[in-house]
Ligand binder design. Structure first.
Ligand SMILES: Cc1ncc(COP(=O)(O)O)c(C=O)c1O
Length: 345
């Protein structure tokens, strides 16, 4: 059976015809020498959006996290983040390899930790301990089901971190989903973080890259790391143009993805055998559980009917994005209903 509706991830979005046209016509130059006008344009758009002095274009979001940690840390330092955070599970242990830092996880809820969690995790400065150096926040929280960190929580946590002399980092892979869902401007989030980035290759629909922003001094050091890791490119304007197009055309429409996720979640909440926390669905991610440990069986049956979801951390995850329309959501819900009916007769 062909995949008719792909809810596996928002990373699966394909550049539209218009985006491809825009990319094909992009002005390019040697990006490594800072001479690619399209990359430079994308970086100034992102710096402006995030309220930062400068930004650097990177091939991936993973590299944005890892370069930030490498700039902020010395080997042996420690970074605090939620137990569900992306670098803990999906970055191949890169934090240990690149920054030489260790991660101390805290037990937040839906990927969002509290001031108390943070206070308990920050180490005393004495020679037995690793030095706590960075507090890292994931907006939106992926394994937390796309939950948005409330601004008040960010204020609380980063105020304490700064009082303790720690650096603050936002993994904003889906930051613009949070911006659209909360109505809080990206630059408002930006003011609380020494380093902050967002992905162009997820819900925004561009094929490649992320943009990392911070002070001029931070970005200067980030450029060294980009070069060191082989992330500096040449005529990268071709791919950066996808990002420029996405920022100009695909941000406001993220609201549609959130609406689609909500409809899907509401449909799922009515089905016997499936469990979902509706309050958890704030953006474009829908996490649900299948009773009796039948998660894999459910996902496989659904795939046979043409709907692909992913299975992670004991949940099934459906992610809405710009290649999924209302009809696709209706189709997916029909197939999910059929599957639940077959398994839980
Ligand atoms: C929260 C989060 N951080 C970082 C990343 C890494 O981004 P990329 O796939 O662009 O390297 C992802 C990707 O799924 C993510 O969900």
């Amino acid at each position: 059976m062909d995949i008719m509706v792909d809810l596996f991830s928002d990373t699966g979005t394909k550049p539209s015809k218009e985006m491809r046209q825009f990319m094909a016509e992009a002005e390019v130059g040697d990006e490594q020498l800072g001479e690619d006008p399209t990359v430079n344009r994308l970086c100034s758009m992102a710096a402006d959006l995030l309220g930062k002095e400068e930004a650097v274009y990177l091939p991936s979001g993973l590299m944005a996290n890892q370069i930030s940690y490498a700039v902020h840390c010395q080997p042996g330092d420690e970074i605090i983040m939620d137990k569900t955070a992306h670098p803990v599970h999906y970055e191949g242990g890169a934090t240990a390899v690149i920054a030489g830092a260790s991660i101390r996880t805290v037990p937040g809820e839906h990927g969002i930790f509290s001031l108390t969690d943070l206070v308990q995790a920050v180490r005393k400065t004495e020679y037995h301990n690793p030095l706590t150096r960075v507090v890292s926040v994931e907006q939106t929280s992926n394994l937390g089901g796309g939950r948005v960190w409330p601004l008040e929580r960010i204020e609380e946590v980063t105020k304490y971190a700064r009082e303790k002399g720690l650096k603050t980092h936002m993994d904003g892979a889906r930051l613009l989903n949070a911006v659209i869902a909360s109505g809080v401007p990206a630059r408002t989030y930006g003011q609380y973080f020494d380093s902050i980035w967002f992905d162009l290759s997820k819900g925004l629909g561009a094929p490649v890259g992320s943009v990392l922003a911070g002070s001029a001094e931070f970005i200067e050091e980030a450029r060294f790391w980009k070069q060191r890791l082989g992330g500096a490119m040449r005529q990268a304007g071709i791919i950066a143009a996808g990002g420029v197009y996405a920022l100009e055309n695909n941000v406001e429409r993220l609201a549609d993805d959130h609406l689609h996720a909500r409809k899907l979640a509401e449909g799922i909440s009515e089905l016997a055998g499936l469990e979902i926390e509706l309050d958890n669905v704030e953006t474009n991610i829908v996490l649900f559980k299948v009773k009796d440990n039948l998660t894999e069986e459910f996902a496989n049956l659904l795939l046979e009917k043409g709907v692909r979801v992913s299975s992670l951390a004991g949940y099934l995850r459906a992610v809405t994005h710009l290649d999924v329309g209302q009809k696709d959501i209706d189709f997916a819900l029909e197939k999910i209903t059929e599957t639940a009916g077959e398994i839980f007769k």
